[in-house]
Design a protein around this ligand. Structure first.
Ligand SMILES: Cc1cc2nc3c(=O)[nH]c(=O)nc-3n(C[C@H](O)[C@H](O)[C@H](O)COP(=O)(O)O)c2cc1C
Length: 362
């Protein structure tokens, strides 16, 4: 049944229609009255009243809206006990159907669960819920509770603008991408790597030239050689060495070695290259950076860290090391791997300091 096909007037808002006045179930209550008591008990987080409407038998079948099966009265009790500790939620209910038989009965309803989040947004879950009741000692008691989610979304409190879970996930993925500078040795499955590279090629490019080549490096021996060389490359460029004594130099080398070892601890690296002979050479670096961002976001969506590495991997040296043809430019060298730990978000400028609307002219 589609709730949207039911005229609004026919929807019974249980909150406004509570007929059972006692806070506990008692012999003689109709199925509808028992249902009202059940719902009202949840809305008040009154676990004793709620469980006066639940079977006394040890077995209750509960399929949660998250798809979990809870198959005991104790589990059903614990679920509600945990839930009722939470604050800032409400759950109006629409009753759609009541079927009352001699010993068994059922109700079909929709709940509209709303919970305020710490960021002020409201998380919403609309779900069907079907209750099956059994008559015990002349009282209707819930034996089965099946929740079937209709829609989950998040709402802006003032405008009521909705975000689906998918939309929020995408926005969160963008925000949760981090530059990761140390990795676990866990491999990246080939299909994940291909999915990440595939996402990279959907980036926009000037004139749709797609001037990329993604050089993928997974050979540990090659990466270890690169590590040794990268330390030397850096030291060669570091002019401060001339003024350092032997101890300071030793310290610098050690710190550098550690940073480069960590930077090269991932199982996969991608050198994002762009073809400078493309039709729009002035834009190839931009094209490359956009592909790199796509790659990094796709990797984040699959649980991997990345980094837009440049400093330790200068273009001329990388060209010689990997025998990169002259026509390619190196945009960045990015690891893909499971982070040793996810770094906290570095300070980001506030939106208000970055956005100008319409014109700079006041
Ligand atoms: C053009 C560019 C060059 C970068 N070069 C390096 C680099 O050589 N080494 C490094 O560790 N991170 C490098 N980064 C990553 C930045 O340090 C990082 O993005 C910034 O600190 C913000 O952190 P976040 O990426 O976790 O948000 C570079 C980023 C960009 C866009």
């Amino acid at each position: 049944m589609n709730p949207r096909s039911i005229p609004l007037a026919a929807m019974l808002l249980v909150t406004a229609m509570c007929t059972a006045t006692d806070a506990q179930n008692r012999p003689g209550l109709s199925l509808r009255e028992t249902f009202d008591l059940y719902v009202r008990s949840i809305q008040r987080s009154d676990i004793d009243a709620l469980f006066s409407t639940v079977t006394d038998e040890p077995r209750v079948t509960f399929l949660t809206s998250a798809g979990r099966l809870i198959d005991s009265r104790e589990g059903y009790y614990q679920f509600h006990q945990e839930w009722f500790k939470e604050a800032g939620w409400e759950m109006p209910v629409e009753l759609l159907e009541v079927r009352e038989g001699a010993d068994y009965g059922s109700t079909l309803a929709i709940f509209h669960y709303r919970q305020k989040q710490p960021d002020g947004r409201v998380q919403a879950l609309d779900s069907y819920f079907t209750l099956i009741f059994h008559k015990e000692h002349d009282m209707w008691k819930v034996v089965t509770d099946v929740c079937t989610p209709i829609e989950r979304y998040t709402m802006e409190p003032d405008s009521g603008v909705k975000y689906t879970t998918d939309q929020l996930y995408l926005l969160d993925t963008v925000k949760n991408r981090r530059t990761v500078r140390k990795y676990k040795p866990m491999p990246v499955p080939k299909d994940h790597l291909l999915a990440i590279l595939d996402a990279a090629r959907y980036a926009p490019t000037a004139g749709n030239q797609q001037p990329w080549t993604f050089l993928v490096i997974q050979d540990r021996a090659r990466l270890d050689r690169l590590e040794g060389e990268a330390v030397e490359w850096y030291l060669e460029r570091d002019k401060s060495q001339a003024t350092r004594d032997e101890a300071a130099l030793q310290k610098l080398r050690q710190s550098l070695q550690e940073q480069i070892t960590n930077a090269l601890s991932a199982p996969v690296y991608v050198a994002v290259l762009v073809d400078s002979t493309s039709a729009y050479p002035e834009y190839v670096m931009t094209d490359g950076a956009l592909a790199a961002e796509n790659l990094m976001l796709a990797a984040r969506a699959l649980g991997y860290g990345t980094g837009f590495f440049t400093t330790f991997f200068p273009e001329a040296r990388m060209r010689a090391f990997f025998q990169i043809p002259d026509r390619y430019k190196l945009v960045c060298f990015t690891p893909i791997g499971v982070p040793e730990e996810w770094p906290t978000t570095p300070e980001k400028k506030g939106l208000e300091t970055l956005v100008v609307y319409e014109s700079f002219r006041k």
